[in-house]
Design a binder for this molecule. Structure first.
Ligand code: PLP
Length: 372
């Protein structure tokens, strides 16, 4: 199988698997217990917290382990509306469903206004519009993703941070697609950020929330007061160990991996446009994460059900976000960025395990798949 769906999820790196198995073999205590097995598990978690915090230039106290980035996002949205009584949320029409669908759900419970920031045809968020909107609603929560999961288009993090700081707004940045791809100094960045370990060769079902120290939000669910009361539920010690190892590896060699991916990206785009000259990139070509390439192809050339036909020929790609893959319905992002009715768009997302040899094979398969 040629796996070009690394933005949906990634496989476990062997080092991550080994670290998790060692933890499974050696640790069984409940980190909240005061006896030795419990204390050993506690030390493991706190060491992981320290190491991860160090990679992002934050303090361990600002990091909370959670089951997913979705949970981290829901925690912030719920608490900001419930505890900080935020009345205005400034976001975009290009956010992940973890943001957009949670906001829709919360509108049934809380009274608040959602303001959408303008974006251009490439998915660049308008800084001028953001500035105006934050000036109009200074006590808002701004929710914008760092890199779009369908197109890879990047947000200028520092500019957004400055705009929010100047206006006095809080800033939640969904950093799921960028964590581990390059160095992010969270201390100079958003007030809240998120990570999902399975996007960077770690295990599924574990992530973290970064929350700036001086902001007092409350948990989404109550219980045994784990994670300094921010996230009840016995800690997933195997997942946390796996995430720590995955982050360590990603942060160590991301420059090498990015170079390798950048050359594959060029080859992929050139190859696809050679086969279908009418193909066009959806999203930014200048401010982009690099590993995500979203291409729109004319339906009469590429044919319907392209994703499924590629799958049958041994290539895993996505038509949009993981949630909407498996259907041929255009995603909200594809619609917002102008993918036409007579086009079909496919997301190719590359990863550290993809090779140049595989790219040649992929292009042959692609040409055969569309010719059928
Ligand atoms: N945000 C973005 C940008 C994503 O790509 C994803 C995963 O698809 C999520 C949030 C949700 O992450 P998780 O799978 O940890 O809930």
């Amino acid at each position: 199988m040629i796996y070009y769906d690394n933005a949906a999820t990634t496989s476990l790196l062997p080092e991550v698997r080994d670290a998790m198995i060692d933890t499974i073999d050696q640790y069984y205590g409940n980190p909240s217990s005061i006896h030795r097995p419990g204390r050993e598990a506690r030390v493991l978690i706190e060491e992981a917290r320290k190491q991860i915090a160090h990679q992002f230039n934050i303090t361990p106290a600002e990091l909370f382990f959670m089951s997913s980035a979705t949970e981290a996002i829901a925690t912030v949205l719920n608490s900001c509306l419930r505890d900080l009584t935020i009345k205005n949320i400034i976001t975009s029409k290009l956010e992940h469903p973890a943001v957009s669908r949670n906001l829709a759900l919360l509108q049934k419970v809380h009274h608040f206004n959602i303001h959408y920031v303008a974006h251009d045809a490439y998915g660049h968020i308008s800084m001028e519009d953001l500035e105006q909107q934050t000036m109009q609603h200074p006590e808002a929560l701004v929710v914008l993703m760092h890199a779009n999961n369908e197109t890879g288009t990047l947000l200028p993090l520092k500019k957004v941070k400055n705009i929010c700081t100047n206006a006095g707004a809080l800033f939640l940045c969904d950093t799921v697609q960028t964590i581990g791809k390059f160095f992010i100094n969270l201390d100079e960045g958003p007030d809240f950020a998120t990570c999902s370990a399975h996007k960077l060769y770690g295990p599924k079902g574990v992530g973290f929330l970064y929350k700036r120290n001086n902001i007092d939000i409350k948990p989404l669910i109550e219980g045994g007061k784990q994670e300094r009361t921010m996230r009840s539920g016995t800690e997933n010690i195997y997942g946390i160990t796996g995430m720590k190892t995955a982050i360590e590896i990603a942060c160590k060699d991301n420059e090498t991996v990015n170079k390798q991916i950048s050359s594959l990206r060029t080859g992929l785009i050139n190859g696809l446009t050679f086969i279908i000259p009418e193909a066009r990139i959806i999203g930014s070509t200048q401010h982009t994460l690099g590993n995500i390439i979203n291409m729109a192809f004319p339906l009469d050339i590429a044919g319907d059900m392209l994703q499924q036909r590629l799958d049958m020929n041994g290539v895993a790609v996505s038509g949009g976000s993981a949630c909407s893959s498996g259907t041929n319905e255009k995603s909200d992002v594809a619609k917002a960025l102008g993918v036409r009715d007579n086009e079909i768009n496919i997301r190719f997302s590359l990863g550290r395990l993809n090779t140049a040899e595989e790219l040649d094979r992929f292009l042959e398969i692609f040409a055969k798949t569309i010719a059928k």
